[in-house]
Design a protein around this ligand. Structure first.
Ligand code: SF4
Ligand code: SF4
Length: 270
């Protein structure tokens, strides 16, 4: 039963891309390091995306003027959004994805069978299957820390307080005040991403300085029915094709097999 709706406001206007949150997440959750360490070639990024071993990823977005004489960076500390309408939860066949007492979305590792349905169900591309455990992995909003009254590790580590943890309605009020302030300062495109118009609200939501698509966020994320239908159709088509092939193989085997020549057979045995 949900006791309090807990979440995070990610205020991108104060993020300076230090990645302390990404490191703190990896450290607290004991996530293994990458086999190869190097820059991706896309700005100062060495992981590129969220994954089974990176539950938090600081995106670097580089913006240039048309003549490339001017440039600026935007940063966004990304993770699972702990959606109110969570596609991953909706499609999980074993009910391994649950809503906790903090109104967050949590994958129970003991019940997950690694079927990958949740990957299709999430409109933000958050979940990956671990090569080690074979189960689905994503941010837990530090469920273990919340249970003992601590804030998530990323929020604690952030030196500019751009990751604010707390009750969602209060965080939303804070975000609205901050949005007004930014607009008064001339940041006309400042906007909140994750109000009730996005999947009934995201418990982890963002204050952006540009349109969502500039940060690679979908403008109108959808629940999975559409994607799932495609994937079901592919699965059914695959099963039908496999059945037809098996039948053809069986028939051709029967047609080429000859009756056993018993005389020849006996002579060979002797
Ligand atoms: S962001 Fe994706 S993984 Fe996280 S709760 Fe929403 S649908 Fe599930
Ligand atoms: S710790 Fe805070 S400032 Fe540093 S990258 Fe993460 S969110 Fe941005």
């Amino acid at each position: 039963m949900v006791e309090k709706s807990m979440g995070m406001l990610i205020d991108t206007s104060t993020c300076h891309g230090c990645k302390a949150c990404q490191v703190a997440c990896k450290e607290w959750n004991g996530l293994p390091m990458e086999q190869e360490i190097g820059l991706t070639g896309i700005s100062y990024d060495n992981t590129g995306h969220l994954s089974d071993t990176n539950w938090r990823h600081v995106k670097f977005v580089e913006l240039f003027s048309e003549d490339r004489s001017d440039s600026r960076w935007l940063f966004l500390s990304d993770s699972c959004k702990h959606c109110q309408l969570a596609g991953c939860m909706e499609v999980c066949p074993t009910n391994a994805i649950i809503r906790t007492e903090f109104d967050t979305v949590y994958i129970d590792q003991d019940t997950c069978i690694g079927c990958r349905y949740c990957i299709t169900g999430c409109p933000f591309g958050v979940i990956e299957i671990s090569h080690i455990s074979g189960t689905a992995q994503k941010c837990t909003l530090c469920y273990d820390r919340l249970q003992v009254g601590q804030q998530p590790a990323c929020a604690q580590a952030c030196p500019t307080d751009c990751i604010q943890f707390g009750e969602v309605p209060q965080l939303m009020q804070l975000a609205e005040d901050r949005e007004k302030l930014l607009k008064n300062m001339g940041y006309n495109k400042a906007q909140i991403y994750g109000k009730s118009d996005i999947l009934n609200g995201l418990n982890v939501f963002y204050l952006l300085l540009e349109k969502p698509e500039v940060y690679g966020l979908p403008t109108n994320p959808q629940l999975p029915q559409k994607n799932m239908m495609k994937s079901y159709m592919f699965s059914i088509a695959g099963m039908v094709a496999a059945g037809v092939l098996a039948l053809l193989a069986f028939r051709s085997k029967r047609m080429v097999s000859k009756p056993v020549d018993s005389d020849k057979d006996q002579s060979q045995v002797m």
